[in-house]
Design a protein around this ligand. Structure first.
Ligand SMILES: NC(=O)C1=CN([C@@H]2O[C@H](COP(=O)(O)OP(=O)(O)OC[C@H]3O[C@@H](n4cnc5c(N)ncnc54)[C@H](O)[C@@H]3O)[C@@H](O)[C@H]2O)C=CC1
Ligand SMILES: C[C@H](O)[C@@H]1OC(=O)[C@H](O)[C@@H]1O
Length: 253
């Protein structure tokens, strides 16, 4: 049990990587507050799975692109569980689109959800941790796309580089409070975010073929790395970025 009686908050956790991370933390003894955007059934299922592990859970609805969602999520978690020990910034969107005719509203929504949302959420969680005076751990779900480009992701990759950079800067700003800030950089993980993209059989085979470990990722592949960075096993790790990509990034030749 690496997170016994810790309180963990995860954004965008009604499905995919966020849900797997929330359940993974509960498996390690944490109580969990999840933020979700609109999928009531997915959020209820996450809560049920966490409770089945003998831990407490709440689901709080909110759009992370709205500034006030951050403080209300943290406040709801504190009301339910009394504290915040770990914050996982996971919510994100990737509406694939070409560069030259990128609609401004798609660009701006992607920035607001992935980057601005992360900024205000991390700030709200950090303020609560500072108030508690016991340190904490913040983990951002960035991406391999923080390090490499995507022709249909010109609006998205800067947000993933942005949250990685945010963790580097907050690691410095919050180190004196004992708050560690790190990123995980997933490769290609099969979730709703890329279902349409990976429905192209040739693309799917190409992406899978680039991975030394021989398969695309699944959401649970992120749970262990996130639990590790949240736990005291990583007590001297801050400002770091952990690739979780089956080796895709290093596979040049
Ligand atoms: N699937 C992949 O290959 C990779 C995913 N990521 C990142 O992982 C994170 C999770 O994505 P996945 O689980 O893959 O996809 P997903 O689509 O299954 O999950 C995204 C989650 O974010 C939530 N969300 C979206 N907009 C929101 C908003 N405005 N407010 C609150 N929640 C919102 C969704 O409801 C959903 O629960 C994202 O930040 C994504 O950029 C990073 C690298 C690779
Ligand atoms: C959604 C994409 O398939 C996925 O998102 C990322 O961040 C990865 O690099 C993939 O491009």
């Amino acid at each position: 049990m690496l997170l016994k009686d810790k309180v963990v908050l995860v954004t965008g956790a009604s499905q995919g990587i966020g849900k797997a991370a929330a359940i993974g933390c509960a498996r390690h003894g944490a109580d969990v507050a999840i933020n979700y955007h609109s999928d009531e059934a997915g959020a209820a299922d996450a809560v049920a799975q966490i409770e089945a592990l003998g831990r407490r859970a709440i689901a709080v609805k909110g759009d992370v692109a709205q500034v006030e969602t951050a403080t209300s999520f943290v406040q709801a978690a504190v009301e339910a569980f009394g504290k915040v020990d770990v914050f996982v910034n996971n919510a994100g969107i990737c509406p694939f689109h070409a560069f030259l005719d990128m609609p401004p509203e798609v660009m701006e929504r992607t920035m607001k959800v992935n980057l601005f949302g992360a900024y205000y959420m991390v700030q709200a969680a950090a303020n609560q941790m500072v108030k508690q005076g016991q340190g904490g751990a913040i983990i951002a779900v960035s991406s391999i796309s923080a390090l490499v480009g995507g022709g249909m992701q010109t609006h998205y990759t800067p947000t993933k580089a942005g949250v990685h950079s945010l963790m580097q800067s907050t690691a410095i700003a919050l180190g004196k409070y004992g708050i560690r800030c790190n990123s995980v950089l997933p490769g290609t993980i099969e979730t709703a975010i890329n279902k349409e993209d990976l429905a192209d059989v040739a693309k799917r085979e190409y992406m899978a073929g680039r991975i030394p470990l021989g398969r695309l990722g699944e959401p649970d592949d992120l749970a262990g790395p996130i639990v590790f960075l949240a736990s005291d096993l990583a007590k001297y790790v801050t400002g770091a970025a952990l690739l979780v990509d089956g080796g895709a990034f290093v596979n040049l030749q």
